[in-house]
Structures are given as C-alpha cells and as structure tokens.
Ligand binder design. Structure first.
Ligand SMILES: *Cc1c(COP(=O)(O)O)cnc(C)c1O
Length: 468
C-alpha cells in the first residue's frame, strides 16, 4: 500500500468544518451580502460533495465554487429574453409585451396601498372590477363586465355559474384543445357541466342545436376554434341564429372568443379577428376573451355581457378564487384606456406595433444586423437574409401568417457536423445575458427581427461574446 497518498478517511478528517469555513474572511463577507443561512447551506452541500468524492479542500477553489453557486441561486429565474421566433404573442415567452402606461400603473399600485376595493367617492368598501368594468362596457357595448385570472378561468366560471349540473350544447367541430392544455371537454367536467355535442366535426346545422335542447339544457355555447381551421365541406351556424334558438327557449348563449380583439385588425393589414362587439350585436349573452392575446394587455380573462348574468358570475364563490390581483387590474385599466384613442394605438401598444410592422422595415433591420451576426458566428455559420412567414401566436388564426424577414444562420460544416453546430449556435444564443430565442427550420437557425426593440442591447452582447 502506498502510504504517500491520502486515504479517503484521511481526506474526510482533514476537511474543515462548516463553522471554520464561515469564519474565513471572504466567506464572512459573502454572508454579509447574501445571508448566513443560504451561504451555510451551500458550504455544507459543497463539503458533502468533497466528502463523497474523497476530495481534499482547496480553499481558493472552495470559495470560488461557493461564490458561483450563490450567484447562480440568486440570479433571477424569470427574466427577459429576445423573442426572435417570429411568433409575436408567444405563450411560452410571455405573450403580450405591455405598454409603458401599463407598466407605470403596475408599479404605482405595487409599491403601496391602493383603492383596490375602496370606493373613494363614498368612503366605503368597493368592488375591484369597478376599475375596468366601465371601460370594458364602453369599448364593447356590453351592459356589464367582470375579470378573472385568464380566459380559461373565465370559461370555467361561465360554465360553472350557468350550467352546473346541466347540459351545454357545443358544436362537435369546436371541441378543441388550445395551447397550454386547455381542452374544452376537460374544463366542462371541472365546471360540473355536462357536454352535449351537436352536429359533426365538419358540419353543424341550426336544427342540430334545436333538436338537442331539452329540459336538461343550461347553456348554448360557441368556442372560437382559434388555433386550427376546418376546411372543405364545412358548415357552421351563425351566432345570431344560435342566439335566437337559445332565447326562444329562455336559455343563455355564451361565446368563448379566445383572442377577441377590441378593434378591427384589418386597418393594420392584419386578418379579421372576431370582436366581442360583433358577438354582442349577434345576441350573445356572455363573451369571454383573453387580456394578453390580441388585446395586448396583462394575463386576464375578460367576461362581458348581460348585467343579470354578470351579477350571477360575481356571486359564484369561484369568482373569489379566480379573481385578478391589483397589479393585473392596474395594467388592464391602462391598456383599455389606450383603446379610447385607436388612431394612436399602434404607436403605443407594443403588441400591435409588432404585429403591424411592415416587412420592409423588418428587412432593413435584418440587413443592418447581418454583418453583426456574421461576425458573431465567425466561420461556423453563414449568415444570410431571408423572407419568412411569422405568426400572430396564442391561437389567433394559425392559417394567417405575417410576412417577415429573418437572419438565417446556416452551419458551414458538412451534413453530419451541421446539426451539432446548429444546436451549439442555438444554445450559445440562449446563454447570453439576455437570451436570444430563434427557431430552427430546415437546417438553419432563423432569427426573425419583427419583435426586436432593444437593438443596441443585442448588438452589445453579441459583440461582447462572439461564438468563436
Ligand atoms: C387561448 C384560449 C383560451 C385560454 O385562454 P387563456 O387566457 O390562455 O387562459 C380559451 N379559449 C380559447 C378559444 C382560446 O383561444
């Protein structure tokens, strides 16, 4: 046996104790900045690791590892990224960016007390919906409105309030799953409502609804199949006709619009998206839609419609469980007020500014940044400019695409190495201080610049950290 080498039990015996290490001057400084308990946990984990590997303790290395781990643990997990995917309202990347008006309103109420549920005119308890209800009614023409955490919650609350223990008639063609595991039949079950499918996947007629109505029916519902389209031999029933059939039988009619826009998007060259105003005009009693899709606001579920039904929703204990917080309401109020001045909207609402950005403008930016990306990638990839099709995202009309322009990074390696290089390029971009998210397509990494606002920040970090 070679007695010169330390055995594992020697190493264990020579390891310093947690308390000894806490007294090292540098570590002591760290505890002042980051707290004793967190630093102590990391030291103790690090010692366990050395013990398990029978490694001796090198003080310099030890301190460095503790610093690294503190840094990694304390760095924010939720942080901003560059969305260069070409999908504007990207659910995985936080959907709608908020306008400055909303951000500043959020900060104001976040810092201290607010009149969230306090009526300043009467000096008594108020209703948190009051901050947005009036504007929702003004903008949509509805009698009343309420808000919950997201549109899935809005649908849940609507179903549970109007159709608990009853049947809900829905066209078979609308029994969809929408991104993020929102499945109509599942929500229906959770709301304790019974789904009654009418018609067929591709064709549903008015008589299908009329024949399905019975004493068990509680609600007729239309779900805007936002993330797919049925094409070919199809038929669906106009909202106005479903409303008429429902009302003849004294039943309510609800429409889940999903995205729902408060203005006609065609004025910015975008595809038409159904609006709550249209649905109200067609006779719907309740309409639900998201706050952070085309509306361009915070995550919220908006419900507008008949006063008597909104009052019922507000009395459901589920409303209490699904209500929005003050920060969301502050942002939503600010965003709704931007709609008072539609002519200015594209300038002030970042989601609409991105959605309506002309291709030639994006292409100019792409041309400007092409040399930067080529320099960043070095000889690992060839950068070029290509025209691409982007998407609105969040289930809005998937068949409609946004003409855009992108930088394409094509690996220079041969077929076998190319895939690896592509992945390394992608991962290097995601490791930047503000991660850059592109999309892989056809052996290339595409960086669609439609949503790039902070150009200088991108330039600085690419220059600071070249790939090669
Ligand atoms: C997106 C969507 C939902 C879910 O809305 P969230 O705000 O994501 O909860 C529900 N219904 C339809 C039709 C949708 O498009």
């Amino acid at each position: 046996m070679n007695t010169d080498l330390p055995t594992s039990s020697d190493v264990r015996r020579t390891l310093p104790s947690v308390d000894q290490i806490l007294n090292w001057p540098i570590i002591h400084e760290l505890t002042k900045h980051h707290g004793r308990s967190l630093t102590k946990q990391i030291i103790s984990d690090e010692l366990s690791r050395l013990r398990a590997n029978s490694e001796p303790c090198d003080p310099d290395q030890f301190v460095e590892r503790v610093q690294q781990q503190l840094h990694a643990l304390l760095a924010p997990s939720l942080r901003k990224v560059f969305n260069l995917t070409g999908t504007v309202l990207h659910t995985n990347l936080g959907r709608a960016p908020l306008p400055e008006e909303a951000i500043s309103a959020m900060c104001d109420v976040a810092r201290g007390a607010s009149n969230l549920e306090f009526d300043l005119a009467k000096g008594k308890r108020g209703d948190r919906d009051s901050h947005v209800e009036d504007w929702l009614c003004r903008l949509t023409g509805a009698e009343a409105a309420t808000v919950v955490n997201n549109n899935a919650a809005a649908v849940l609350l609507t179903l549970n309030t109007l159709a608990k223990g009853k049947e809900v008639l829905v066209s078979r063609g609308e029994l969809v799953e929408i991104g993020g595991a929102f499945r109509v039949p599942d929500i229906m079950r959770r709301a304790q409502a019974k789904l009654h499918e009418v018609g067929t996947t591709n064709r549903t007629h008015l008589r299908d609804y009329a024949e399905a109505i019975s004493s068990k029916t509680g609600l007729l519902m239309t779900i805007h199949a936002s993330n797919y389209a049925i094409q070919g031999f199809t038929a669906s029933v106009p909202e106005a006709q479903i409303a008429q059939v429902a009302h003849e039988q004294g039943l309510p009619y609800a429409i889940d619009l999903g995205s729902g826009s408060l203005i006609d998007m065609r004025q910015w060259g975008l595809p038409y998206e159904p609006t709550p105003m249209d649905s109200i005009a067609n006779g719907a009693d309740l309409i639900t839609f998201s706050g952070d899709k085309l509306l361009g606001g915070p995550q919220a579920g908006i419900i507008v419609g008949k006063r008597a039904l909104i009052d019922k929703l507000k009395k459901n204990p589920l409303k209490r469980a699904l209500r929005c917080d003050k920060v969301t309401l502050a942002a939503l109020e600010a965003v709704l007020k931007l709609y008072a001045h539609p002519e200015n909207l594209a300038a002030r609402l970042p989601s609409l500014r991105w959605l309506s950005r002309p291709q030639h403008d994006i292409r100019q930016q792409v041309n400007r940044l092409l040399p930067l990306f080529q320099a960043w990638a070095g000889d690992v990839a060839q950068a070029s400019v290509i025209d691409v099709m982007g998407q609105i995202g969040s289930g809005s009309l998937p068949v409609e695409r946004l003409p855009s322009s992108a930088i394409a990074l094509q690996p220079t390696a041969g077929k076998r190495g190319a895939n690896k290089q592509l992945q390394r390029l992608q991962s290097a971009l995601m490791k930047l201080p503000v991660p850059v998210i592109g999309r892989l397509h056809d052996g290339r990494l595409l960086l669609d610049l439609r949503c790039l606002d902070e150009e200088q920040l991108l330039i600085d970090q690419l220059q600071a950290r070249p790939f090669t």
